[in-house]
Ligand binder design. Sequence first.
Ligand code: XBP
Ligand code: MG
Length: 256
Amino acid sequence: MSDALRALIFDVDGTLADTERDGHRVAFNAAFAESGLDWFWDEATYGELLQVAGGKERLAHYARAYRGSTQPQSQLQNLVEELHVSKTRHYVRCVAAGGVQLRPGVARLIAAARAEKLQLAIATTTTRENVIALLEATLGAQAALWFAVIGTAQEVAAKKPDPAVYLWVLARLQMRPGEALALEDSRNGLLAASGAGLPCIVTPTHYSAEENFAEATMQLTDLDHHPERPGQPATLADLRLWHTRAHQKSAPPTPR
Ligand code: XBP
Ligand code: MG
């Protein structure tokens, strides 16, 4: 017998909203300018840097791999921390001012899930302040309370593609992986979700469009575009169906 769907676990960046190019990237550049650094991340460079999950990790990688930094680790880490505080301030301000919108279908599916009493959760490698700011700015002042569990960079050290954040969220939800469905936008996110044993729906962004999503339960342009019914949105009933199918596929064959 397959587990019934009890929870939707959303990634944030790229999945709830297309935050990277016009949100995070712009905030990183504002932090560089504020610190008097001549660093600048154009859209293409940022696309490359997105292979490294986590803003702090991305900053350290850029310093070493793109700017040839030979600073001792502790010194570089101080710079990274300082830049990241400033970047987070810029990002939260941008989001609170309405600079980022939810992707198509996200608000509709969240409302449907709430109406049907499914649990909602977040599993992200971004900073908690960013998540709260995004939920409040796009879904309303109380929206963070709709999510039973919010797993962020503050809860687990290992970032996606490591499954740690999904395992942490599942433990908090007190659910088995087969009772939940993850929604992601990137290969790193998909690997994290499937590493935790979760079926995963992928809605790529322009940054992740060329990535390999072979392990995905279903891939959609966005949640308002059903992959098999042109012009129709994906409904919660579709998500339930895909969840059941994924479960059946992964279940061992019944002995005759
Ligand atoms: C998101 C990230 C984040 C953001 C920046 O990945 O990698 O690092 O780009 O946020 P995912 P911070 O969507 O797979 O969780 O600067 O707060 O890390
Ligand atoms: Mg993402």
